[in-house]
Design a protein. Sequence first.
Length: 210
Amino acid sequence: MATTVSTRKRASTRRRNPRGEGERLRASLIEATGELLLEHGDADRLSIRAVTARAGVSPTALYLHFAGMEELLQAVSDEAFEDLGDYMRAALEEQREGPRARLQAIGEAYVRFAEQRPGHYRILFATPGRDGRMELLGPKDEGVGKEVFALLLASTADCLPEGSDPMPVALQLWTTLHGYVSLREVMPGFPWPNVTDFVLSCHTAHFGAS
């Protein structure tokens, strides 16, 4: 009951968008969906009526920008991926010391994003069908997820001998980073190494000492 009251209060206090402010309406719907997704932890529990109530608009307003809930969830996830990509690109732009240092930088940026934007990080893996939507492996796939993974893939390739396939190593690095982030969240009392040492040890295991 407390959650329902809180939800109604937030919906009633959110400013309604004047007609014609299409981009603001779209942003409000994405924001409302992200909030509800984090509260419920399961996209299957969301509904168009709940999202639009949180955004302070009528249910029909959602269809001005999205074909339905699936497309809206895709937009929420894409926005979270864009934020992650911004962290990783900024790290690459600041690091000029060489391939290993650049790979170290984006690995630390990945973990830093999860620490500083935990809600956005959880959204990456909380939407249904994320295994398909990440769009990482298929050569014909396009999307924000593929663009973000391409940063890790390219940086991994730069650390390998010419002609090597970087995909297996990049996938291992990514799953290792995700495991580190996820386990630290559920086991905060474990004596985890700091992120710099952890990422460095992962790279040493794959590429040898630098």
